[in-house]
Design a protein around this ligand. Structure first.
Ligand SMILES: [Fe+2]
Ligand SMILES: [Fe+2]
Length: 245
Protein backbone atom coordinates (compact mmCIF):
# COMPACT_ATOMS: atom_id res chain seq x y z
CA UNK A 1 0.00 0.00 0.00
CA UNK A 2 1.28 3.44 -0.84
CA UNK A 3 1.43 5.95 1.99
CA UNK A 4 2.31 9.59 2.11
CA UNK A 5 3.70 12.13 4.55
CA UNK A 6 4.44 15.85 4.54
CA UNK A 7 8.17 16.70 4.64
CA UNK A 8 7.86 20.47 4.57
CA UNK A 9 4.97 22.90 4.77
CA UNK A 10 5.01 26.67 4.90
CA UNK A 11 2.03 28.63 3.61
CA UNK A 12 1.21 27.31 0.14
CA UNK A 13 4.58 25.62 -0.20
CA UNK A 14 4.71 21.90 0.53
CA UNK A 15 6.70 18.73 -0.18
CA UNK A 16 4.90 15.40 0.15
CA UNK A 17 6.57 11.98 -0.08
CA UNK A 18 4.64 8.95 -1.35
CA UNK A 19 6.21 5.64 -0.38
CA UNK A 20 5.37 1.97 -0.18
CA UNK A 21 5.24 -0.01 3.02
CA UNK A 22 4.98 -3.40 1.34
CA UNK A 23 6.27 -5.32 -1.65
CA UNK A 24 4.21 -6.19 -4.67
CA UNK A 25 3.97 -9.82 -5.70
CA UNK A 26 5.72 -9.16 -9.01
CA UNK A 27 9.02 -8.16 -7.37
CA UNK A 28 9.14 -4.54 -8.50
CA UNK A 29 11.63 -2.31 -6.81
CA UNK A 30 9.64 0.04 -4.58
CA UNK A 31 9.73 3.72 -5.55
CA UNK A 32 9.18 7.03 -3.80
CA UNK A 33 7.37 9.82 -5.57
CA UNK A 34 7.46 13.43 -4.38
CA UNK A 35 4.90 16.14 -4.97
CA UNK A 36 6.04 19.76 -4.74
CA UNK A 37 3.32 22.34 -4.27
CA UNK A 38 3.74 26.09 -4.54
CA UNK A 39 0.71 28.36 -4.46
CA UNK A 40 -1.67 25.85 -6.05
CA UNK A 41 0.76 24.69 -8.76
CA UNK A 42 2.24 21.21 -8.58
CA UNK A 43 5.36 19.42 -9.79
CA UNK A 44 5.93 15.68 -9.54
CA UNK A 45 9.36 14.00 -9.37
CA UNK A 46 10.15 10.67 -11.08
CA UNK A 47 6.49 9.64 -11.05
CA UNK A 48 7.03 5.96 -11.80
CA UNK A 49 6.32 3.13 -14.19
CA UNK A 50 3.29 1.59 -15.83
CA UNK A 51 3.08 -1.18 -13.25
CA UNK A 52 2.76 1.20 -10.30
CA UNK A 53 0.73 3.86 -12.12
CA UNK A 54 -2.70 2.93 -10.66
CA UNK A 55 -1.35 2.88 -7.11
CA UNK A 56 0.52 6.17 -7.56
CA UNK A 57 -2.53 7.89 -9.03
CA UNK A 58 -4.77 6.57 -6.29
CA UNK A 59 -2.40 7.82 -3.54
CA UNK A 60 -1.88 11.18 -5.24
CA UNK A 61 -5.62 11.59 -5.62
CA UNK A 62 -5.96 11.63 -1.83
CA UNK A 63 -4.00 14.87 -1.57
CA UNK A 64 -4.33 16.68 -4.90
CA UNK A 65 -6.57 17.06 -7.91
CA UNK A 66 -4.33 15.20 -10.42
CA UNK A 67 -5.26 17.63 -13.17
CA UNK A 68 -3.44 20.37 -11.25
CA UNK A 69 -0.07 18.67 -11.78
CA UNK A 70 1.44 20.67 -14.62
CA UNK A 71 5.11 19.78 -14.40
CA UNK A 72 7.05 16.55 -14.09
CA UNK A 73 10.77 16.32 -13.39
CA UNK A 74 12.68 13.18 -14.45
CA UNK A 75 16.18 12.57 -13.13
CA UNK A 76 17.07 10.07 -15.85
CA UNK A 77 15.78 7.52 -18.34
CA UNK A 78 15.06 4.37 -16.36
CA UNK A 79 11.69 2.56 -16.59
CA UNK A 80 10.95 3.05 -12.90
CA UNK A 81 11.24 6.81 -13.49
CA UNK A 82 8.64 7.29 -16.17
CA UNK A 83 7.65 4.29 -18.28
CA UNK A 84 4.06 5.40 -17.56
CA UNK A 85 4.48 8.56 -19.62
CA UNK A 86 1.86 7.60 -22.20
CA UNK A 87 -0.68 7.01 -19.42
CA UNK A 88 0.09 10.36 -17.80
CA UNK A 89 -0.30 12.13 -21.14
CA UNK A 90 -3.66 10.44 -21.74
CA UNK A 91 -4.81 11.87 -18.44
CA UNK A 92 -3.12 15.26 -18.81
CA UNK A 93 -2.22 15.97 -22.48
CA UNK A 94 -0.48 19.31 -21.89
CA UNK A 95 1.76 18.24 -19.01
CA UNK A 96 5.37 19.54 -19.21
CA UNK A 97 8.00 16.85 -18.72
CA UNK A 98 11.56 17.90 -17.93
CA UNK A 99 14.15 15.31 -19.01
CA UNK A 100 17.91 15.17 -19.53
CA UNK A 101 18.37 16.31 -23.14
CA UNK A 102 20.59 13.38 -24.08
CA UNK A 103 17.82 10.90 -23.21
CA UNK A 104 14.78 12.41 -24.93
CA UNK A 105 14.93 10.44 -28.17
CA UNK A 106 15.38 7.24 -26.17
CA UNK A 107 12.58 8.02 -23.72
CA UNK A 108 10.13 8.58 -26.58
CA UNK A 109 10.16 4.78 -26.87
CA UNK A 110 7.98 4.81 -23.75
CA UNK A 111 5.43 6.79 -25.78
CA UNK A 112 4.32 10.38 -25.52
CA UNK A 113 4.94 13.39 -27.72
CA UNK A 114 8.16 15.35 -28.16
CA UNK A 115 6.17 18.56 -27.65
CA UNK A 116 5.65 17.57 -24.02
CA UNK A 117 9.34 16.96 -23.40
CA UNK A 118 11.52 19.87 -22.32
CA UNK A 119 15.26 19.20 -22.51
CA UNK A 120 17.50 19.79 -19.52
CA UNK A 121 20.97 20.57 -20.82
CA UNK A 122 24.10 19.28 -19.12
CA UNK A 123 24.86 22.43 -17.11
CA UNK A 124 21.45 22.42 -15.32
CA UNK A 125 18.97 25.25 -15.00
CA UNK A 126 16.23 26.79 -12.84
CA UNK A 127 12.63 25.55 -12.96
CA UNK A 128 10.04 28.03 -11.82
CA UNK A 129 7.04 26.60 -10.00
CA UNK A 130 4.62 29.50 -9.67
CA UNK A 131 7.21 31.85 -8.17
CA UNK A 132 9.43 29.21 -6.53
CA UNK A 133 12.85 28.74 -8.15
CA UNK A 134 13.92 25.10 -8.07
CA UNK A 135 17.54 24.39 -8.98
CA UNK A 136 18.24 21.61 -11.48
CA UNK A 137 21.64 20.35 -10.35
CA UNK A 138 23.90 18.26 -12.61
CA UNK A 139 24.42 14.75 -11.25
CA UNK A 140 25.75 13.03 -14.36
CA UNK A 141 26.90 9.42 -13.98
CA UNK A 142 24.98 9.30 -10.65
CA UNK A 143 24.11 6.67 -11.91
CA UNK A 144 22.96 7.58 -15.41
CA UNK A 145 25.20 9.41 -17.89
CA UNK A 146 22.57 12.15 -18.23
CA UNK A 147 21.20 12.77 -14.75
CA UNK A 148 19.90 15.67 -12.65
CA UNK A 149 18.78 16.34 -9.11
CA UNK A 150 16.31 18.98 -7.93
CA UNK A 151 17.03 21.37 -5.07
CA UNK A 152 14.52 23.57 -3.29
CA UNK A 153 16.51 26.29 -1.47
CA UNK A 154 13.52 27.40 0.63
CA UNK A 155 12.42 23.98 1.88
CA UNK A 156 16.05 22.79 1.81
CA UNK A 157 15.04 19.57 0.10
CA UNK A 158 17.36 17.85 -2.38
CA UNK A 159 15.66 15.22 -4.52
CA UNK A 160 18.42 12.84 -5.60
CA UNK A 161 16.81 10.14 -7.75
CA UNK A 162 18.90 6.99 -7.37
CA UNK A 163 21.61 8.63 -5.25
CA UNK A 164 21.14 7.50 -1.68
CA UNK A 165 18.64 4.91 -2.86
CA UNK A 166 18.10 1.87 -0.69
CA UNK A 167 16.68 -1.43 -1.86
CA UNK A 168 14.38 -2.04 1.07
CA UNK A 169 11.37 -4.27 1.50
CA UNK A 170 8.54 -3.72 3.93
CA UNK A 171 9.95 -0.50 5.39
CA UNK A 172 7.57 0.75 8.06
CA UNK A 173 9.24 4.15 8.18
CA UNK A 174 10.49 6.55 5.53
CA UNK A 175 13.42 8.13 7.42
CA UNK A 176 16.86 6.62 8.18
CA UNK A 177 17.17 6.34 11.98
CA UNK A 178 20.31 4.15 12.26
CA UNK A 179 22.84 4.71 9.47
CA UNK A 180 25.01 1.68 10.31
CA UNK A 181 21.99 -0.59 9.93
CA UNK A 182 20.97 1.23 6.76
CA UNK A 183 24.29 0.58 4.96
CA UNK A 184 23.24 -2.98 4.07
CA UNK A 185 20.46 -1.50 1.89
CA UNK A 186 22.57 1.07 0.02
CA UNK A 187 26.13 -0.26 -0.25
CA UNK A 188 25.69 -2.89 -2.94
CA UNK A 189 23.45 -0.62 -4.99
CA UNK A 190 25.91 2.27 -5.08
CA UNK A 191 28.92 0.04 -5.76
CA UNK A 192 27.25 -1.70 -8.70
CA UNK A 193 24.96 0.94 -10.26
CA UNK A 194 27.39 3.86 -9.99
CA UNK A 195 30.39 3.79 -12.30
CA UNK A 196 32.47 6.90 -11.73
CA UNK A 197 34.33 7.72 -8.52
CA UNK A 198 35.45 11.01 -10.05
CA UNK A 199 31.93 12.24 -10.85
CA UNK A 200 30.56 10.92 -7.54
CA UNK A 201 33.10 12.92 -5.56
CA UNK A 202 32.61 16.03 -7.69
CA UNK A 203 28.89 15.76 -6.92
CA UNK A 204 29.57 15.38 -3.17
CA UNK A 205 31.60 18.61 -3.29
CA UNK A 206 28.89 20.33 -5.35
CA UNK A 207 26.06 19.65 -2.90
CA UNK A 208 27.72 19.56 0.52
CA UNK A 209 27.34 23.31 1.18
CA UNK A 210 23.88 23.74 -0.33
CA UNK A 211 22.12 23.48 3.01
CA UNK A 212 20.08 20.27 2.94
CA UNK A 213 17.48 19.39 5.58
CA UNK A 214 16.09 16.46 3.57
CA UNK A 215 18.03 14.36 1.04
CA UNK A 216 15.36 12.40 -0.76
CA UNK A 217 16.08 9.41 -3.00
CA UNK A 218 13.65 7.70 -5.35
CA UNK A 219 13.99 4.36 -3.52
CA UNK A 220 14.11 3.56 0.17
CA UNK A 221 14.46 5.85 3.15
CA UNK A 222 15.25 9.56 3.19
CA UNK A 223 18.09 11.30 5.09
CA UNK A 224 17.06 14.05 7.46
CA UNK A 225 19.10 16.62 9.43
CA UNK A 226 22.53 15.40 10.56
CA UNK A 227 21.99 12.13 8.67
CA UNK A 228 22.52 14.05 5.40
CA UNK A 229 26.16 14.77 6.23
CA UNK A 230 26.64 11.21 7.48
CA UNK A 231 25.44 9.91 4.13
CA UNK A 232 27.52 12.36 2.07
CA UNK A 233 30.68 11.44 4.01
CA UNK A 234 29.95 7.74 3.54
CA UNK A 235 29.35 8.19 -0.19
CA UNK A 236 32.52 10.25 -0.68
CA UNK A 237 34.61 7.47 0.80
CA UNK A 238 32.86 4.62 -1.01
CA UNK A 239 34.54 3.11 -4.04
CA UNK A 240 31.99 2.58 -6.79
CA UNK A 241 32.08 0.91 -10.20
CA UNK A 242 32.82 -2.45 -8.62
CA UNK A 243 31.64 -5.63 -10.30
CA UNK A 244 32.41 -9.18 -9.33
CA UNK A 245 32.00 -12.03 -11.82
FE1 LIG B 1 18.05 4.44 -12.33
FE1 LIG C 1 15.50 4.25 -9.70
Amino acid sequence: MKKYATLFEQGGHRWTIFYFDDVKANHLVATNEYLVQHNDKYLMTDPGGTETFPEVISALGEVVDIKKIDQVFCTHQDPDIFSAIALWLMMKPNIQVYLPSIWISFMLHFGGQKANFIPLHDEGTILNLNGLDLQVIPAHFMHSSGNFHLYDPVAKVLFTGDTGAGLISNAKDFVVRDFDKHIQHIEGFHKRWFGSNEHKNQWCERVKNLGIDFLCPQHGLIYEGAMVETFLDWLYNLRVGIIEY
